[in-house]
Design a binder for this molecule. Sequence first.
Ligand SMILES: NC(=O)c1ccc[n+]([C@@H]2O[C@H](COP(=O)([O-])OP(=O)(O)OC[C@H]3O[C@@H](n4cnc5c(N)ncnc54)[C@H](OP(=O)(O)O)[C@@H]3O)[C@@H](O)[C@H]2O)c1
Length: 331
Amino acid sequence: MPHRQNTDGAATRKRVAIAGATGLVGSAILQELLRNPQYVVTILRRQGSNSHYFQSSQPNSGESTSAALSVVEVDFSSFDSLRSALQGHAVLVSALSKVALSHQPRLIDAAVAANVSRIIPSEYGADLRNPLVRQFPTYSAKVKVQEQLERHRIESGTSYTLICSNVLLEWALMSPGALLLDPAKRVATIYDSGNTAFSVTTLATLAKAVIAVIDHYQKTENRAVYICDIVTTSNEIWQMAREAAAAVLDDQGGLWQAVQVSTTASRIAAQAAIDHGEEIGPKIFYGFAVSAAFGAGYGGHFETTDNDDLGVQRMTRDGLKRFVSACVTAR
Ligand SMILES: NC(=O)c1ccc[n+]([C@@H]2O[C@H](COP(=O)([O-])OP(=O)(O)OC[C@H]3O[C@@H](n4cnc5c(N)ncnc54)[C@H](OP(=O)(O)O)[C@@H]3O)[C@@H](O)[C@H]2O)c1
């Protein structure tokens, strides 16, 4: 297989390990890695996991999957198991679920011990460099990982890249209880006035950003990279959803309802629940996440991005319309 020159000039056929490859984000990243022949990919599979790797990434769908691929079973609670699986890899991409983030510090220590040179932790969301968001209790595991990566950079020279994408569109428009549109219930959520701008990113663009980070190895070392498809508002998404629904069936536009949510009230309620001793679960997470994603001044609108510098395309406004329409009219 020919080696490809990356944009930093080095001949590469990098060995990349990925954790969380079956997840929403991980499967999109895996699919993109498999499209790129300059990578040799190792999936770190959780011991005893019943997950199937290829349902969403479809390597046998006729697309080029010339990258070598192997699956290694690991015990995420064992440093030795992780270190041994990571030996010989240049890059670790973590896409571990929020609920598995307690494993991430061990995974990172093992990667450093195995001489992995670039670590991309499981971030893919809010801008944790924003001082207001950085204090949110729901992001403390991710903030600790950032601090851990910085310590490793100083002590061992291991490099890292944090990828900020703000809201992932598929998650916000399609998942159960989605933050912006819930097609099953025909409900759109309007945050605050509905006119606060925020950045959104598709899974496909996020996955391309991961590849671009690895390809632009030096340019992206030891910093946060900001990626987005487009800047929108919750009023715009609501308007697009209504138009799309009305275009399918005359009365469907009317069947959609909008509910208004205050990001401040959500955050205060979540903090009050913590103060009353409630454990952080999905409801509390949501209370803080809506401020981080949609609240004015919380960094959800990226003023500048790395898209152009890394060659990652954006979505057009018509593209967003088509995306929303596909969500609304999906059966
Ligand atoms: N910005 C946004 O809008 C947005 C939306 C969603 C997610 N995210 C972020 O993206 C990242 C990935 O989230 P996701 O939703 O893609 O995750 P996910 O789909 O819930 O799961 C990802 C992976 O985590 C693994 N996993 C689950 N429990 C585990 C455990 N106990 N030990 C080891 N592995 C475990 C699963 O592996 P198995 O196959 O072994 O089960 C799965 O492949 C997170 O950092 C999340 O915060 C951001």
